[in-house]
Ligand binder design. Structure first.
Ligand SMILES: *[C@@H]1O[C@H](CO)[C@@H](O)[C@H](O)[C@H]1NC(C)=O
Ligand SMILES: *[C@@H]1O[C@H](CO)[C@@H](O)[C@H](O)[C@H]1NC(C)=O
Ligand SMILES: *[C@@H]1O[C@H](CO)[C@@H](O)[C@H](O)[C@H]1NC(C)=O
Ligand SMILES: *[C@@H]1O[C@H](CO)[C@@H](O)[C@H](O)[C@H]1NC(C)=O
Ligand SMILES: *[C@@H]1O[C@H](CO)[C@@H](O)[C@H](O)[C@H]1NC(C)=O
Ligand SMILES: *[C@@H]1O[C@H](CO)[C@@H](O)[C@H](O)[C@H]1NC(C)=O
Ligand SMILES: *[C@@H]1O[C@H](CO)[C@@H](O)[C@H](O)[C@H]1NC(C)=O
Length: 773
């Protein structure tokens, strides 16, 4: 009971956070909302010979005036339309209607990565064949700035014959904007416009053009061409390249100033499947719900069963537990870690103390002498005066001074703009407990540095205790070789998985802090209206940035192993990911300063060079995913809602998530309480078995693999049977069973372990998370 309350509370937080950023839609049609109507296509009455006419007639039977926003053929069978709640209810009772689900709004999860990932020194390991250039990465985002040098198609061969997509034109976007690199560009606005009214083309482009920057950043991270001499104001200078620098890019603009709407996202996935993309990258997320109500999960299911790998951001709601989005087991869920690169900028105080921070500020430096220093909380009459919210600083109290602002609520760069507007000379941005020691560098509009919580507290103490506090900020450019790295970013969303506790998420982490990639020419690097600067590259952070790293790496693997399924590619990325530094210490979590766990980093940090040759993979078929839905006890309607095929679970069979062939292990055990009216748990043993099947992808030489197990603690015993697996043929399959015997532990206890299979050449690792509920 208690645990359930915690869970629903966490869920509420998520929902509230999402609603918190919602804009109030303009009521274009009174009380009408967008609904996505899922139809059972094979129940079409014989009197119809076209399903579109049938959909239309079903809709007309409840609303004469309702317009079809979209009809869907691949991602789901059905359509999107505008209905009143009452019309939606009567539509639900029509024959052939599976679900009538209200639209959901999603939000974006906002050139040294290749060498950090050891891609550059190992470039020759990736076969230089035409196969990578036949891989098409589809990116659902804010569109694209086609003039970015990352879309230069010099030297690229003809567009792959498999491509069936299009280059859609519109505001500031013509056929000339597509080429052999950026092979496709579409936009989807019907759902957005139905909710917000017609797009105002003086504010945003009704075309694939990116007015925001996010989509240009993600698509160039995944598959941008090499651009030598890239930098942001000289920061992070060097070669900028996408992960799959020879692959093709197809962009699907689904996010607008007012958000990303599920009817548009579903339409984009529907088209991307038809267009024949190989990889889909979605750096966005929304409220989490059961898979049959989650349009991204539903669309991703169809894509996966057609051989398309779908990679999604895990969300930026960390470091809270249970904060993940995009957790369906057919999606690759990507969290974020840091790089070994930093942008130091020191806050040097009048008392001689010196605190390190980070910044991407470029502009006139501060005067040599120390400047007066004021805490924003003492220069404002607002309750949240310390946060430097718009209009809260009293100009007379900040003029010519450096202002200490606390992080939280409004955008970091916005705080700088607020200080600047009030006449401040500079800003020190202090983390609070919510962000701990995590530092995200920004291209501030005024001299500014961001410091961690400990430094922030010390600096605040200094201001409040010194009668005449002073400070200056010293910028030191780009520093490489920062250790330890990676560390898990505090913002990266964390497990456990709220929807299916038996599936460990996130799957892995990838670089997502201070990432440089292409940018739009429509706004400056801060994205603020008051920022007149224009840049070709920008440095930003988020799981939005880590997701396209994995999308691009998946494209590299797809190019190298064209016959691998999406599950095989994900398995290769996961089982070769690393969880420890070279010195053997576990990857740290910056939120706690302690070792991270599989709930933070999943299988670990991606290592593409090892992923190229994983030895063995955990593969999954469409039937495995359907059996998974059976194991969830989904009704046949719910299964149809996710998977469409007319699949019924066999009532004589027992389905178990424990045997779902996932490359990681998540074991939930019940805390057993015996006797004792005091409610204390006493001993009691649980035994749980998980079966897995490994497929040899190392060719006919195969190998003999031995298992090694690291058990978390004496309270859990892990054994594997058999403990040796021998493969002699390509694609040969061998199964094993893991037995977890655990004594009862207090609820909310978590333990972690690891299983590794090795033949001396390959290491096939899987994380284990055990939690007592
Ligand atoms: C179209 O592009 C031109 C030149 O790049 C720019 O001046 C104009 O503002 C753009 N229009 C829109 C709606 O983005
Ligand atoms: C502040 O400290 C850093 C590293 O500890 C050092 O590089 C820098 O020169 C110091 N600056 C001042 C003004 O003391
Ligand atoms: C400044 O703010 C702090 C706490 O926010 C408060 O304790 C202190 O009294 C204030 N100082 C002045 C001079 O107002
Ligand atoms: C802030 O509060 C002080 C004291 O109540 C008042 O004198 C002053 O006018 C206020 N300033 C602003 C800008 O509201
Ligand atoms: C599905 O139902 C079976 C039998 O009632 C039960 O043992 C199992 O725990 C259920 N699975 C889930 C995921 O709820
Ligand atoms: C599945 O097929 C049966 C028989 O063909 C049909 O009656 C049923 O409606 C179908 N269910 C779904 C969800 O398609
Ligand atoms: C609670 O009850 C159990 C069994 O009745 C007993 O062994 C244990 O000592 C009790 N614990 C406390 C804290 O009273």
């Amino acid at each position: 009971m208690g645990d359930f309350k915690v869970l629903s509370f966490m869920f509420l937080i998520l929902v509230v956070m999402l609603l918190g950023v919602c804009h109030v839609p303009v009521a274009a049609e009174q009380k009408k909302k967008t609904y996505i109507v899922h139809m059972v296509k094979n129940q079409m009455p014989a009197s119809f010979d076209d399903h579109n006419i049938w959909y239309d007639s079903s809709l007309k039977s409840v609303s004469e005036s309702a317009a079809m926003l979209y009809t869907y053929d691949n991602a789901i069978h059905g359509f999107a339309t505008r209905l009143t709640a009452q019309e939606a209810e009567s539509l639900r009772n029509q024959p052939g209607i599976l679900f009538v689900l209200p639209e959901m709004k999603y939000e974006l999860h906002t050139t040294r990565t290749p060498s950090f990932l050891r891609l550059e020194e190992n470039a020759n390991l990736f076969p230089v064949t035409d196969s990578e250039s036949d891989v098409i990465v589809g990116v659902l985002d804010t569109g694209v700035w086609p003039e970015s040098k990352s879309f230069d198609d010099t030297g690229m061969g003809p567009v792959p014959a498999s491509w069936k997509g299009a280059c859609e034109t519109g505001t500031n976007f013509t056929l000339k904007n597509c080429n052999r690199k950026l092979i496709g560009a579409r936009y989807f606005s019907a759902g957005y416009e139905a909710a917000f009214g017609p797009i105002d083309v003086s504010k945003e482009s009704k075309s694939p053009r990116d007015d925001d920057g996010h989509g240009t950043h993600t698509s160039t991270t995944a598959a941008g061409a090499d651009v030598p001499g890239a930098s942001l104001f000289g920061y992070a200078s060097g070669l900028a390249r996408g992960m799959a620098n020879r692959a093709r890019v197809a962009v699907y603009k689904v996010c607008w100033i007012g958000g990303c709407f599920s009817s548009d996202i579903l339409a984009a996935i529907d088209k991307a499947i038809d267009d024949n993309v190989n990889i889909l990258s979605l750096s966005l997320g929304g409220g989490i719900s059961d898979y049959y109500r989650d349009n991204v999960a539903i669309g991703a299911f169809s894509a996966t069963t057609k051989g398309i790998l779908v990679s999604c951001s895990a969300g930026n709601a960390g470091p809270n537990a249970f904060s993940l989005s995009n957790v369906a087991p057919w999606i690759t869920t990507v969290g974020a870690g840091t790089l070994d690169r930093d942008f130091p900028a020191f806050a040097s105080l009048g008392n001689g103390k010196n605190f390190s921070g980070v910044s991407l500020f470029k502009g006139d430096p501060l005067p040599e002498k120390l400047l007066p220093f004021v805490y924003a909380g003492n220069a404002s009459n607002a309750t949240n005066g310390n946060l430097c919210m718009t209009g809260t600083l009293i100009p007379e109290m900040v003029k010519g001074k450096i202002v200490l602002c606390d992080r939280g609520l409004n955008a970091r760069v916005q705080k700088g703009a607020v200080v600047k507007a009030a006449g401040g000379a500079g800003m020190v941005l202090a983390n609070t407990a919510a962000n701990g020691e995590e530092l995200v560098a920004d291209a501030h509009l005024l001299p500014a540095t961001a410091v961690g919580q400990e430094s922030g507290d010390a600096i605040r103490d200094y201001i409040l205790s010194d009668p005449n506090p002073t400070v200056t900020i010293l910028f030191e450019g780009t520093k490489l070789g920062i250790e330890p790295s990676p560390v898990v970013a505090a913002f990266s969303s964390r497990g456990p998985n709220l929807i299916t506790p038996g599936i460990l998420k996130p799957d892995l982490i990838a670089p997502g802090v201070n990432i440089i990639a292409g940018w739009t020419g429509a706004v400056g690097p801060t994205g603020l209206a008051e920022d007149p600067r224009r840049v070709e590259f920008n440095i930003i952070s988020g799981t939005s940035m880590s997701c396209p790293h994995v999308s691009g790496l998946a494209a590299l693997l797809k190019g190298a192993h064209q016959d691998w399924s999406p599950a095989a590619i994900r398995s290769a990325l996961m089982t070769t990911a690393y969880t420890v530094y070279k010195n053997g210490q576990t990857i740290l979590d910056i939120a706690t300063g302690k070792a991270s766990t599989p709930y933070d980093h999943g299988a670990g940090h991606v290592d593409p060079v090892s992923a190229l040759n994983p030895g063995l993979v955990y593969d999954l078929t469409t039937e495995d995913y359907l059996n998974f839905l059976c194991a969830l006890n989904y009704t046949s309607s719910e299964i149809y809602g996710v998977a469409r095929g007319n699949y019924s679970c066999d009532s004589s069979k027992t389905y178990s998530i424990n045997d779902f062939n996932y490359p990681s292990f998540s074991v939930t055990l019940e805390t057993q309480v015996f006797g004792g009216s005091n409610g204390t748990s006493t001993s009691g043993n649980s035994v749980v078995k998980h079966t897995r099947t490994l497929t040899n992808v190392a060719g006919s030489s195969g190998g003999t693999y031995k298992v090694s197990i690291s058990s978390p603690s004496p309270s859990v015993k892990i054994s594997v049977e058999p403990d040796t697996l021998t493969f002699t043929k390509d694609n040969e399959k061998q199964s094993y069973t893991v037995t977890f015997s655990a004594s009862s532990m207090p609820s909310n206890t978590n333990e972690f372990g690891r299983i590794e299979w090795s033949d001396g050449k390959h290491v096939v690792g899987s994380p284990i998370a055990i939690s007592w509920v």
